[in-house]
Ligand binder design. Structure first.
Ligand SMILES: Cc1cc2nc3c(=O)[nH]c(=O)nc-3n(C[C@H](O)[C@H](O)[C@H](O)COP(=O)(O)OP(=O)(O)OC[C@H]3O[C@@H](n4cnc5c(N)ncnc54)[C@H](O)[C@@H]3O)c2cc1C
Length: 356
């Protein structure tokens, strides 16, 4: 196919690759600058997310199944109390392989991008200045990288993550969430096949050794989970786009934003996979028709503000208040109840894409 239009994309992550695939199909000559010299993250792990897989295929034009494994049962530990629950009716959850593996979502999309003739320049990290000097209309899809938020002058919150991976026990639920005094964020355990991992997040400052030990003790006491090797460096370079109420932006000056940088992450559970995929498609639309893309972008995530308010409560309320509040919310959870189904089905951008 003759390529008469050129476009540059920064970041061969989820959003950048979906944008690249869609633009290549629209006749663009696409060049993606990727900072890493290999595809995927430093560590292979699994994200948990809910997703409408047929809609992703039909609306975004990418195949993602290879990277997914269904997730059904969830357990939560909230301040020492155990809760078992399923997803709301009609909602599907998956663990998503990430990182260097052949079946990781970035590698699954990378192969599709190469098949469409997208050029991906690996080991080509752009500096803040180089990002600012890109041609108008370039797509910035740099994910959680703090530097890109700074280059674009976008509000963000640094976050720190403590993580371990190892072998799992298939008899456990695939996702276990830990809410307790060790962090104002949350810790979680994922299971995918016989692989498993644990992650715990903290915003603004790294966790103290005591807080980390507390989390490890909760994993061991609640579910008998123990890992040998823990990595404190994971995501010390990272930021969430949760710096302000109005952090969702499709455009910044002449540039098009996509993925985490566009603010498409759930304020409560920090789900970002689904939003990144959908925003890649919207960024591709923006390269051709900005008004149409803006309409689509605004339609997303009507529950962002209430969720952001809930997150602010978690940030500022003392644990003595958070404990009964969190336990009360989890006790009233009912997979058939309309408000919970609403929260799950309306939040993640794109979950309702099919109903457009
Ligand atoms: C530890 C951790 C756990 C998470 N858990 C979950 C979860 O359970 N569920 C969920 O839904 N989401 C989760 N997320 C969030 C989810 O991973 C992200 O929201 C999603 O990957 C964002 O996709 P993206 O396309 O915006 O960025 P990414 O997929 O991260 O891609 C960004 C790409 O840009 C490249 N890049 C960055 N800066 C430059 C530069 N200057 N020049 C060139 N290239 C650059 C990076 O190398 C990277 O390849 C988690 C994130 C982390 C870090």
């Amino acid at each position: 196919m003759a390529r008469d239009k050129e476009i540059r994309i920064v970041g061969a992550g989820l959003a950048g690759l979906v944008a690249g695939i869609n633009l290549a199909r629209r006749g663009f000559e696409v060049r993606i600058h990727e900072g890493r010299d290999y595809m995927g993250g430093d560590l292979s792990y699994a994200d948990s997310t809910i997703m409408d897989v047929p809609a992703i295929g039909a609306e975004l034009g990418v195949e993602v199944e290879e990277a997914l494994e269904p997730w059904t049962l969830t357990r939560a530990w909230a301040y020492g109390r155990k809760f078992e629950f399923g997803l709301p009716r009609g909602v599907e959850g998956f663990t998503v392989e990430r990182g260097k593996g052949e079946r990781s979502l970035e590698n699954v999309l990378y192969r599709q991008a190469l098949g469409e003739g997208v050029e991906v320049l690996l080991g080509n990290r752009l500096s803040k200045q180089e990002i600012k000097e890109l041609p108008p209309g370039s797509i910035i899809a740099t994910g959680l990288d703090r530097e890109a938020f700074e280059a674009m002058d976008l509000p963000c919150r640094p976050f720190f993550c403590h993580m371990a991976t190892g072998k799992g026990d298939p008899s456990r639920p695939s996702v276990i969430i830990y809410l307790d005094g060790f962090t104002r964020e949350f810790g979680y355990y994922f299971q995918r096949g016989d692989a498993a991992g644990a992650l715990v997040f903290s915003a603004q400052r790294p966790m103290t050794d005591g807080e980390k030990e507390d989390f490890k003790a909760k994993l061991a006491a609640g579910d008998g989970i123990e890992f040998d090797a823990w990595d404190d460096r994971v995501a010390t370079w990272a930021a969430w786009p949760l710096g302000s109420w109005s952090n969702r932006r499709l455009l910044r000056g002449d540039m098009i934003l996509a993925g985490t940088l566009a603010g498409l992450i759930s304020p409560v559970l920090l789900f970002g996979v689904n939003g990144a995929l959908v925003s890649g498609k919207i960024a591709a639309i923006a390269a051709c028709d900005r008004d149409a893309a803006l309409r689509e972008f605004k339609r997303l995530a009507p529950l962002y503000w209430p969720q952001f308010a809930f997150r602010k409560c978690r940030e500022y309320l003392p644990h003595a208040v958070l404990k009964p509040l969190t336990q009360a919310i989890l006790s009233t959870y009912d997979p058939d109840s309309f408000p919970y189904a609403m929260l799950f089905t309306l939040w993640p951008p794109g979950y309702r894409y099919r109903t457009r």
